[in-house]
Design a protein around this ligand. Structure first.
Ligand SMILES: Cc1ncc(COP(=O)(O)O)c(C=O)c1O
Length: 379
């Protein structure tokens, strides 16, 4: 791997992601504290962050990985180790053949999937079933697993106790960026009461991701004690599947101003696009924050993307000084659900991925070129 001296930082060519190891460790220390208080095991949700060049930093703190598709299972097994949990909304026969030698747990999304694949994998892994608790703390309907007609997980009315002859565990996932510990505890109490008869027969239970325990001021001890009491009450090994909580505020997407155009508002066009490099900005309509912006700045700009999509912009913000062509801007908090969703729309230059280590050296995790673009579309 190429390692650059810290003096090269200012000269890196945009666009690029810069992941900060110290910030990652700060989050991981909170995860460690939560594990110690609660006794829960934590598996990294690869759907959120799979940049495996950072895994040596993360591994000592977490127990393994969880996944949403066969390639994530393989990556978790190969590059992270520890426990590998496989979950998928739908496994084909080929998927099960691929994941079963690699997985410690295989979690099914429906009773039909469990029954269909049961014989094929019952001796290879501990099996689990995703349950829809019909209660959630998720800001947007698009990301709410308990939304009406949800296809994610089995409702209680479809279950009977015989399911525990086939599975050792249940998985619930019903939070999205939930910063409110009391709201989480309400859902936990609901699960504890509603599913008590099942829980007492299971040996493990995953409560999914979406609990924002690394958010500044989050009461980790209260969460930890609630999880501990729950796991003791039902005699279960509890798992959490954090994604965003582990990598929040650890990476910037660094871009350059390419042009400034005016149409009633000033738009700074940068060498990146939400649609290609920061997709959730667009999908969830959540504007990016820019490090160089100033709350009371007198120079407002739209930070516009380089793609052809008319509404593709990172945010509107203001600066203390007019922006200059060539100036770098840091789009903050760009680690989660970004690098895993990168695409080549418009043939834009793919952001490089750099890892700034605690000692200031910069590991080059990847840099991309035309051949990578071409190679995704044919050989
Ligand atoms: C089943 C499951 N587990 C874990 C996660 C990770 O959630 P987060 O990144 O919000 O912690 C998700 C996110 O969608 C999920 O669907």
């Amino acid at each position: 791997m190429t390692v650059l001296d810290k003096s090269s930082k200012d000269g890196l060519n945009t666009p690029y992601f810069l992941i900060n190891e110290q910030a990652l460790i700060n989050n991981l220390e909170k995860a460690k504290q939560l594990k110690e208080i609660s006794g829960a095991k934590l598996v990294l949700a690869l759907k959120c962050f799979s940049t495996w060049g950072t895994f040596d930093t993360i591994k000592p703190y977490l127990d393994g990985t969880t996944s949403s598709g066969p390639y994530e299972v393989r990556l978790g097994h190969e590059k992270f180790g520890g426990e590998t949990h496989a979950y998928s909304v739908g496994y084909s026969d080929a998927d099960i053949e691929a994941v079963k030698p690699l997985s410690d747990k295989i979690i099914f999304n429906s009773l039909s999937q469990l029954n269909y694949h049961y014989q094929q994998c019952k001796d290879d892994a501990s099996l689990g079933l995703r349950i829809n608790p019909e209660m959630s703390v998720a800001g947007q309907d698009l990301a709410n697993p308990a939304r009406p007609y949800s296809r994610l997980g089995v409702k209680q009315s479809l279950l009977d106790l015989s399911v525990t002859d086939k599975v050792d565990g249940f998985m619930f996932h019903m939070n999205c960026e939930n910063k409110d510990v009391d709201a989480f505890i309400k859902v936990l109490d609901h699960i504890s009461i509603t599913f008590a008869a099942y829980l007492d027969k299971l040996s493990w239970l995953s409560l999914g991701g979406g609990i924002f325990f690394t958010y500044p001021g989050y009461p980790i001890e209260k969460l930890g004690l609630a999880l501990k009491a729950f796991s003791e009450k039902h005699d279960l090994q509890v798992y959490l599947e954090p994604g965003e909580a582990i990598i929040t505020r650890t990476a910037d997407l660094v871009v350059s101003v390419i042009d400034i155009v005016e149409n009633e508002k000033q738009t700074a066009i940068v060498d990146s696009a939400t649609e290609a490099h920061r997709l959730d900005t667009l999908i969830y309509n959540e504007p990016a924050s820019v490090k160089e912006a100033s709350e009371d700045g007198q120079f407002p700009y739209v930070i516009g993307s380089c793609s052809c999509l008319a509404g593709d912009q990172f945010c509107e913000t203001q600066f203390a000084q007019p922006l200059q062509i060539g100036q770098k801007l840091h789009l903050l908090d760009s680690a989660g659900y970004t690098m895993v969703k990168l695409n080549w729309f418009n043939g834009l230059k793919m952001p490089s991925i750099y890892f700034e280590k605690v000692d200031g050296q910069i590991e080059v995790l990847n840099e991309f070129g035309y051949e990578d673009f071409k190679g995704t579309l044919g050989r």
